[in-house]
Ligand binder design. Structure first.
Ligand SMILES: [Fe+2]
Length: 274
């Protein structure tokens, strides 16, 4: 079975000519060109959950392949739905059968995918420079972390993080498979954070993931692959018997010497075989 991995496709931020989605067709072409059996995307499909669910449906219809996903923080934003809480948006998405936050999905004999959005607990921030209270402010040098405005959980980030961690742990347990692909939007390992010292990211790394997420995956012998997004890197790290992927398309403005969505989806999609 060939699994295609690509996260943070941000179809709306990457619109062409104002409102044309050239990303979804490019993703579909890349899935078909690579003979992918199952496509996995670890969130940030768009910044509006209705667009996100349309994109998932379109990928599955146009390729005939399953598209497994977890919502990213952007998918939960309420810019287009003022007053909506992150939990309401999360709940609106959860009934999709290929949303791994609903529950694990069997890939093939002995293999399942399980996952969830997960959240951050500030543990990747630079605590030699900032305190927990500084991170709780969620703004630094005139930059406001947008989740504080657009993904409103009505709980602290730590409480949200702990709630997700318990959910993911239960979901990993539920599969019954002895080999797992764990999918989270947030980062489980420090190697995927932005290198420091860095004036901006010494602070904002706090909002990228958590050490305890990585610790939980590391002690689970059944987890063979971990897939995340969020930081718009394309990186792979092997730790013991596990391979961690951060495999992102990212924003058009971040692409190197290229503005062609098909070239960039081809460059950035990772294929693993199980
Ligand atoms: Fe993103």
């Amino acid at each position: 079975m060939r699994i295609g991995i690509l996260s943070d496709i941000h179809v709306d931020i990457n619109y062409y000519d104002g409102d044309v989605d050239r990303i979804t067709p490019a993703v579909c072409d890349t899935i078909l060109n690579n003979d992918i059996d199952v496509f996995i995307t670890a969130g940030d499909i768009s910044s509006d959950h209705e667009i996100t669910l349309d994109v998932i449906q379109r990928i599955e219809k146009d390729t005939g392949r399953s598209c497994l996903f977890v919502p990213g923080n952007h998918d939960l934003w309420n810019e287009k739905h003022p007053g909506t809480s992150a939990m309401e948006t999360y709940s609106a998405m959860i009934e999709h059968p290929h949303n791994l936050a609903k529950g694990p999905v069997k890939l093939k004999d002995g293999w399942s995918a399980a996952g969830d959005t997960c959240w951050y607990d500030y543990s990747f921030g630079s605590f030699d420079l900032f305190s927990f209270n500084d991170f709780q402010r969620r703004s630094h040098n005139d930059r406001v972390w947008q989740d504080s405005i657009k993904a409103v959980w009505n709980k602290t980030d730590k409480e949200t993080h702990d709630w997700f961690l318990r959910r993911l742990d239960a979901s990993l347990e539920k599969t019954g498979s002895d080999k797992l692909v764990a999918v989270t939007h947030m980062l489980p390992i420090e190697e995927f954070t932005v290198p420091v010292p860095n004036d901006t990211w010494d602070y904002f790394n706090a909002f990228l993931g958590s050490r305890s997420l990585g610790d939980m995956l590391m002690v689970n012998d059944r987890v063979k692959y971990s897939v995340c997004g969020h930081v718009h890197y394309r990186k792979e790290v092997v730790k013991k018997d596990k391979t961690f992927y951060c495999q992102c398309l990212g924003y058009r403005t971040e692409w190197q010497d290229n503005d062609d969505p098909f070239i960039e989806t081809t460059r950035s999609m990772k294929v693993i075989t199980i």
